[in-house]
Design a protein around this ligand. Structure first.
Ligand SMILES: Cc1cc2nc3c(=O)[nH]c(=O)nc-3n(C[C@H](O)[C@H](O)[C@H](O)COP(=O)(O)O)c2cc1C
Length: 226
């Protein structure tokens, strides 16, 4: 039997497709910043975020220790794209200047999204995003420590979720605390372009036979008392 052929390539990026997160944080003047990112993954009620060290979001997260992770669906792609290639930083960091970024202090207005107050953190939530997660900084790690130049350019943050807000339309029928993946259509960034997911499952899931409640972490109870 013939093997599938491969070619060896050197793409500049390996962004194979991850959901977009719109992070809200508080600026030093009390206003709030909003920024799209997608180097994020989830473990329990924790999220690991890879962020450019020169971003306003990074500065705000380190200073305040708080953020909201707003997850846009495909319906909010226009809002995300309107604030792409902008930064809350002034002056614009060199690497962003080179890539044609502009300073935008009023990201919420530019995006067209609506701010609503959070319950446990200062940054506001984005009303139109179907998922809004209030979070606090749990740990900060380096990245590319083996490269003398690039190691200062990116931070990896671990944040702990304290409150999960979702549009009721995402809930699994008959369950108060479960998201129905058939009803959740995340906005995906793949190689700098936007995609959605095709509807429906492509195959029955063996992993999906494991009771979801077995993954519940102590963070859920910890968040209840806030
Ligand atoms: C779809 C999308 C995904 C992005 N993903 C990331 C990311 O994972 N990490 C990152 O540092 N920047 C990412 N960016 C770029 C940031 O949005 C950019 O650094 C922005 O200037 C941050 O805003 P701020 O400086 O106001 O925090 C992404 C941008 C878009 C539009």
């Amino acid at each position: 039997m013939s093997q599938p052929a491969t070619v060896t390539i050197e793409p500049a990026i390996l962004y194979f497709g991850t959901p977009v997160v719109l992070i809200s944080t508080i600026n030093e003047d009390g206003s709030s910043n909003l920024a799209p990112m997608s180097s994020a993954f989830w473990l329990g009620w924790r999220c690991i975020l890879g962020l450019d060290a020169s971003s306003k979001t990074t500065e705000n997260l380190i200073r305040t220790g708080q953020c909201v992770l707003n997850l846009p669906s495909v319906n909010e792609v226009g809002a995300v794209d309107r604030i792409a290639r902008t930064t809350g930083s002034d002056p614009i960091p060199d690497a962003k200047q080179m890539r044609g970024y502009t300073t935008e202090k009023r990201k919420w207005e530019a995006s067209g999204l609506t701010q609503v107050a959070s319950e446990t953190v200062a940054p506001p939530r984005a009303l139109e995003c179907p998922v809004q997660l209030e979070a606090v900084l749990a740990a900060q790690n380096g990245f590319m420590a083996d490269d003398p130049v690039w190691k200062v350019g990116i931070h990896v943050f671990e944040v702990r979720i304290q409150r999960v807000h979702v549009h009721p339309s995402l809930l699994m029928e008959g369950h108060d605390n479960r998201i129905d993946p058939d009803r959740w259509n995340p906005l995906i960034m793949s190689f700098q372009k936007f995609y959605g997911l095709a509807p429906g499952q492509v195959h029955p899931s063996t992993l999906g036979k494991i009771e979801e409640a077995t993954y519940r972490s102590p963070d859920v109870d910890r968040a209840r008392v806030l």
